[in-house]
Design a binder for this molecule. Structure first.
Ligand code: TRP
Length: 340
């Protein structure tokens, strides 16, 4: 396959540029991705999914600001851009081009089964609306664009939250159908989810997500971070009462940041009746100790957008060095060829 001559395993993930990075993004995607980027046996690809942002966000300023914040976040957290390819989706014109080739190899029925799409239809029906009310073709075809992101670089492994597993299955389906039609072109990618961190609960106990408005922003100043952690919902059990860690959001968040030994100790403290206040204080200290040094680097980067832009341009150049010859091969494979 021309797209990967070195044959090293490839890890790839993207973050949609619609919001301010929160602890859920950090734990579920950014942290494992940066760890993988240090592993010499992998090649890693990380990108800002700004085309995906257009599906759900119609505020241009917000998309722009979010792109800046997310890029600064990855750099502040120590992404090594000399080893991994770090780029903005919209800088790679080959991606929307591949999206069309894939769209023509995607069964509409496959998209009909998308959880995100079906949930919207169900909401519309419950509200007595037309089933397609408010559903754009961007939303409907979202999984095809995501498949193009992944297949463009023939990624083997895609670190994502559990909610994205279906999108990975769809990417595999689409790749397999394309391969069947046009010869072996694409690696079939797999989702990589870590059992401790796949989804982090938010302050209300549901999955931490900007759509639930229950997030803890990653770069809160220390005092605000503590305040936000203190607001995580618990039950009304008193100090001294044994508590069940597996029922507690605070424990789930703690577990995502803690070492194995720290997790075991905290589980013991739960059965010994630690107070919620004390759990939260320990959680704050754990999270803050991990984030305080990167927080300073983040502040510096946010104030130097030209530096970020330069990094992204270099990343785009390296990504296109792969994407350009590969899209040429794919165009040829489907019959779009020069006439002479
Ligand atoms: N859909 C992903 C999310 O909402 C973001 C994303 C877009 C992505 N393209 C991707 C993730 C490709 C992994 C690979 O989290």
């Amino acid at each position: 396959m021309t797209s990967n001559p070195s044959n090293r395993r490839r890890v790839l993930t993207g973050i949609t540029t619609t919001g301010t990075p929160h602890l859920g993004n950090y734990v579920g995607a950014i942290k494992p991705a940066i760890a993988a980027s240090r592993d010499e046996s992998f090649d890693s690809f990380y990108f800002l999914a700004d085309y995906h942002a257009l599906v759900k966000c119609f505020e241009p300023e917000r998309i722009h600001q979010s792109t800046l914040e997310i890029a600064a976040t990855w750099l502040a957290l120590g992404l090594d851009t000399s080893r991994s390819v770090f780029y903005r989706q919209s800088d790679i014109a080959e991606i929307p081009e591949l999206t069309w080739l894939l769209t023509c190899a995607t069964a509409k029925g496959l998209m009909n089964r998308s959880h995100a799409y079906k949930a919207q239809v169900a909401d519309n029906e419950a509200a007595g609306e037309d089933p397609d009310y408010g559903i754009s073709m961007g939303l409907f075809c979202y999984p095809i664009l995501m498949a193009a992101d992944i297949l463009m670089f023939n990624a083997h492994s895609v670190p994502v939250g559990k909610d994205q597993i279906q999108h990975l299955e769809m990417a595999r389906d689409i790749a397999a159908r394309f391969n069947h039609r046009y010869g072996e072109r694409f690696v079939l990618p797999e989702a990589a989810t870590d059992e401790f961190v796949a989804t982090l609960p938010g302050t209300d106990g549901r999955k931490m997500s900007k759509s639930y408005d229950n997030t803890i922003p990653l770069w809160l100043p220390e005092k605000k971070l503590r305040k936000a952690i203190m607001k995580i919902k618990t039950n009304s059990q008193e100090p001294g009462e044994p508590k069940d860690p597996d029922e507690a959001s605070v424990y789930a968040v703690y577990a995502a940041f803690a070492s194995k030994a720290q997790r075991a100790e905290m589980r013991q403290a739960f059965s010994d009746g630690i107070s919620w206040g004390e759990v939260k204080q320990q959680l704050f200290e754990l999270v803050n100790s991990e984030l305080s040094a990167p927080r300073e680097r983040y502040e510096a980067l946010i104030n130097d957008p030209a530096k970020i832009e330069k990094e992204l341009n270099q990343g785009a150049e390296r990504a296109r060095a792969i994407a350009t010859p590969f899209i040429d091969e794919l165009r040829h494979a489907v019959g779009i060829r020069r006439l002479d």
